[in-house]
Design a protein around this ligand. Structure first.
Ligand SMILES: Nc1ncnc2c1ncn2[C@@H]1O[C@H](COP(=O)(O)OP(=O)(O)OP(=O)(O)O)[C@@H](O)[C@H]1O
Length: 957
């Protein structure tokens, strides 16, 4: 069909861009979205369905709240135009879509499509719209019978869709006839909602060619498509009562509509990219080519070139630049029935989204279209070239990847060779490394005894852990040792600094008494000791590539022996820090005022108790009863009040003067003479002006000294505690290293077959998800091993509450697991008969562990009385089924804690109770306390903790 265009644009097409001489003109335009609400149909009336929607004006449709929904605000939707049940199709056409339809006469592709649930009136509406549009176009033709030509299957347009027929319409009658054939061919079926439900989408496309005479000798041609799309309706199987083929049809229809909805939604989100459409299509492999085509026309407004459709060719088509060149109008049809309110709402949501989609309306001049079509039409030879080019690029990329992989493999090989060299002196070439990878937990002989027998499963998992942890040993080990040394050195330096600060602090007191002098001397000695604990000179810088390369040239065993021969540096550090802690305490205690000295017996007892308590909970020593004994000097560089107080120093009394306020007991306000306090010149009557002024100043000073001293001691304490934590971490790391060495040696002894273990080396790192699984498994094993080895329940509590699955917990979990496995094996080997001696009067045996645990439980039972209220105790007794009238309820209750490793609730609640009794809290403090425990346990005998010395002694390192 060819239409001659009048020399002037169709006046009614207000928004259609006028063609301009010299080229196409385009502008962005929103999709025209209209809504048509049909009347209740017979079926709905018979069912006495309610009307749920109302068009309140030409642009707004609202949800009519039902009687029971009065309170709810009506949902309101606004569109370009809204047509109520009384509107006839002519009005819908004239006022809704005519402008868009007649754009085709101006060379602009146009699409009108209906969208709505089944039986909402799409076909009813589109039939009328198509009819009216055809009328208008032919009317236009009749008025402009100048040039008429026709074409069929235009080569520019490619080929038609399978079963798609393109015919030239001779006149309006002919066109109507063609449309009626089209409709007759459309598959229609009966559903519960619609006797004549369309079971397929329908598109009628008119290709409109028109000319525009610009001047006597210049005629411009336009070509545009006008598409009338009547989509099949979305439906709910429950409402259509569809089954069998009808149901499958419905599913298919829904699926394709869903795709359309998705495209609209994505378009709305301004994701107008070609990949987007490709994705939409590729994801829906069962979408019929027809629907794809439909989407292209209806949504993209593309100048459609129809290929014999295959999904693939469609992709190819989509990936070419799209010419957005269309005007689109959507008529959303609605049933007013309350029973369909949800579907209607969905339709309105779709319409709302469609409103936001912008089209690019562009005049199609035939010449331009031709050229573009030529450019876009794939030239087979060209296409081939492109494919070759693309393949070449892919080959190039593959080559690059291969080279990269090769160089990585070479690098790895080199590293491995380095490791092999390292191991040669031990007559354990690469075998050891490989054995280590494959170690499957043959460390422990099968333990005897019922409880200890649980170790089998544990050891299996240990094998897996070994894979994960030791996959890079011994290379990693050496690297770790370097890191450890580095940390040790840092720690030593920091400890020195801490001690220096402390020394200054002490010096500032200038107290000159014997105790203080001794303390200072001792601290100075400690500083000297600390300085002596220097790790072996670093050959390389840790962490750098150089370090790695140099490390591998060293002998692993030598490294470890050297580390050990450094005099158990970490243990020394630990001891030194412990001494620092003691020194601080002693210093504090050595500076009592006279008042305190006078009540020395009592105070001594108290001090003893306090220091005993400190052993239990070293961090808890800054209690208020101690504070008044703290160093009363503001002279530390840490003290903020130093400057303010310095002028007062000249008022200080001679040190050996009994009357000097400095040695006067810290007098409480209660004990201070009122007169002196009030007037300040009372003492002038009794003594020298010097005394008068100092008696006033000293009270003030004492208070300030006290505050400053407290502040200083607190900060030093915190610092020392931090250092201790770090030492504890080092201790853990060292234990891990030792465990790994142990494994290496065990492998060595076991003479593992490395060939069988190659595949295991692949296990390297765990994803967060698999770490979580591993964490749970490991924790359970740890809990079971604690039980089996009668490990301190305070330790269990701390560990359980501290390590909750953070990836950083991995190292601690593994150290703990390895340690416990070792302990389990050790206990099993020893039995009760011959406890092992480790040279520091500590012994580890099953019976000693049980005894220690018993002591710990008794200790906790005592704490029940002091740390819980009677009410809290009673509710716990009830919860834990401890007879309320029974004797020794406290110990009965404590004996129930941590008794069932397989009962997660028992574990969790036990931990909560113990934490409360010992005073642990969640979070940061927990960490501090956790590590603190490694330094000062509730008992001097701590058979459940294996330190570096014990393990390394056992390893004969
Ligand atoms: N605006 C209207 N005024 C009067 N009757 C209407 C109106 N719209 C639709 N109908 C009637 O409602 C019934 C269903 O209409 P139609 O077949 O057009 O729905 P549909 O949305 O195309 O359904 P399906 O998706 O199942 O094909 C028909 O009998 C039709 O005549």
């Amino acid at each position: 069909m060819t239409v001659k265009n009048p020399s002037t644009p169709v006046s009614k097409i207000e928004r259609t861009p006028v063609s301009t001489p010299g080229g196409p003109k385009s502008r962005e335009e929103k999709i025209v979205v209209t809504v048509r609400l049909r009347p209740l149909n017979k079926r709905e009336q018979v069912a006495k369905d309610q009307v749920a929607w109302e068009c309140i004006d030409d642009h707004t449709i609202v949800h009519k709240p039902q009687a029971h929904e009065r309170a709810i605000q009506p949902a309101s939707f606004a569109f370009d135009r809204v047509f109520g049940p009384a509107s006839i199709t002519e009005t819908v056409y004239e006022e809704g879509v005519k402008n868009v339809a007649l754009s085709a006469l101006m060379g602009i592709n146009a699409t009108i499509f209906a969208y709505g649930q089944t039986s909402s009136g799409k076909t009813y509406t589109m039939r009328g719209i198509t009819e009216k549009a055809v009328n208008d176009i032919y009317k236009h033709i009749m008025n402009n019978l100048d040039e008429i030509s026709s074409f069929l299957d235009d080569p520019e347009k490619g080929t038609v869709v399978e079963k798609l027929v393109e015919e030239t319409a001779n006149d309006d009658q002919h066109l109507r006839h063609l449309i009626s054939i089209c409709e007759a061919q459309r598959q229609v079926g009966e559903t519960a909602l619609n006797d004549t439900s369309s079971r397929s989408h329908q598109i009628i496309r008119l290709t409109v060619e028109s000319t525009l005479r610009e001047s006597l000798d210049c005629v411009r041609s336009f070509v545009a498509s006008l598409n009338f799309v009547d989509l099949a309706g979305s439906e709910r199987a429950s409402q259509t009562n569809a089954d069998g083929a009808r149901l499958r049809e419905g599913c298919h229809i829904n699926l394709s509509l869903m795709t359309l909805t998705t495209v609209i939604r994505k378009l709305r989100c301004q994701s107008l990219s070609h990949g987007l459409y490709e994705n939409s299509f590729t994801q829906k492999t069962d979408i019929s080519p027809f629907i794809c085509e439909l989407l292209l026309i209806a949504v993209l407004g593309n100048e459609v070139v129809i290929y014999p459709i295959e999904i693939q060719s469609l992709h190819a088509y989509c990936s070419t630049p799209l010419v957005e060149n269309a005007r689109t109008a959507i008529i959303c049809t609605l049933s007013p029935a309350l029973s369909h309110v949800e579907q209607s709402r969905n339709t309105l949501f779709f319409a709302t989204r469609a409103k936001e989609v912008t089209n690019n309306a562009q005049v199609n001049m035939k010449e331009v279209a031709r050229l573009e079509a030529v450019l876009r039409t794939p030239d087979p030879s060209n296409e081939k070239d492109q494919k070759i080019q693309q393949m070449e690029m892919e080959i190039e990329e593959l080559r690059r990847q291969r080279d990269l992989a090769k160089s990585q493999a070479d690098e790895l090989r080199q590293k491995l060779e380095g490791e092999q060299q390292v191991l040669k002196p031990c007559e354990l070439p690469s075998q050891v490394a490989k054995k280590c990878l494959s170690f499957s937990g043959t460390l422990s002989p099968k333990p005897d005894g019922k409880e200890l027998g649980q170790g089998n499963r544990t050891r299996n998992t240990m094998g897996r852990q070994t894979l994960r942890q030791s996959s890079t040993a011994p290379f990693t080990l050496m690297h770790e040792i370097r890191k450890l040394e580095h940390l040790q050195e840092q720690l030593g330096e920091e400890a020195n600094r801490a001690l220096e600060v402390l020394q200054k602090e002490v010096a500032c007191h200038r107290l000159g008494n014997q105790d203080a002098a001794e303390t200072i001397a001792k601290l100075q000695a400690e500083i000297r000791d600390m300085r002596a604990i220097r790790p072996a000179p670093k050959e390389v810088e840790v962490g750098s590539v150089v370090a790695v390369n140099k490390s591998v040239s060293a002998n692993l065993k030598e490294e470890i022996t050297r580390l050990h021969s450094q005099g158990s540096t970490i243990a020394d550090l630990e001891e030194q820090l412990e001494n620092v802690q003691k020194s601080i305490d002693k210093l504090v205690m050595s500076l009592p005022n006279k008042y305190d000295q006078q009540s020395s017996n009592e105070a001594d007892l108290k001090v003893k108790n306090q220091s005993k308590m400190k052993k239990l909970l070293p961090l808890g020593s800054s209690n208020s009863s101690n504070r008044k004994n703290f160093i009363r000097s503001p002279c530390s560089p840490l003290s903020s009040s130093r400057q303010v107080l310095e002028p007062d120093i000249e008022n200080r009394a001679p040190e050996n003067d009994d009357t000097v306020p400095c040695e006067t007991p810290l007098v409480s306000e209660r004990d201070t003479p009122t007169k002196s306090e009030g007037g300040g010149d009372v003492s002038s009557k009794e003594g020298t002006p010097y005394r008068r002024s100092s008696s006033v100043n000293m009270r003030k000073m004492q208070k300030m000294f006290q505050n400053a001293a407290e502040e200083n001691v607190r900060s030093i304490r915190a610092y020392v505690t931090e250092l201790k934590e770090r030492v504890a971490k080092l201790q853990y790391q060292k234990q891990l290293l030792v465990c790994q060495v142990l494994e290496l040696e065990a492998n060595e002894a076991a003479g593992h077959n490395i060939e069988n273990d190659d595949n295991t080396a692949e296990i390297q790192e765990e994803s967060p998800a698999s770490w979580r699984v591993t964490f749970r498994e490991e924790r359970q094993q740890i809990i079971e091993l604690w039980h089996v080895c009668h490990v301190s329940i305070i330790h269990r509590t701390q560990f359980y509450l501290l390590f909750k699955g953070d990836p950083a917990d991995q190292i601690y979990m593994e150290v703990e697991l390895r340690r416990l496995n070792w302990l389990q094996q050790h206990l099993a080997e020893l039995g009760n008969a011959s406890p092992a001696h480790f040279g520091d009067e500590r012994t580890i045996s099953l019976s000693s562990s049980i005894r220690a645990l018993k002591r710990e439980r008794e200790f906790l039972a005592k704490r029940l009385a002091t740390h819980l209220t009677a009410e809290e105790r009673y509710s716990l007794y009830i919860k834990w089924e401890v007879p309320l009238d029974g004797k020794q309820r406290r110990i009965q209750f404590i004996n129930k804690l941590w008794t069932n490793p397989h009962d997660a609730q028992n574990v969790q609640e036990s931990a909560e109770v113990v934490a409360k009794l010992v005073g642990f809290c969640e979070g940061g403090n927990m960490s501090r306390e956790m590590f603190e425990l490694n330094f000062a346990l509730p008992s001097d005998k701590r058979p459940w903790i294996m330190g570096w010395n014990q393990i390394s002694n056992l390893l004969h390192l």
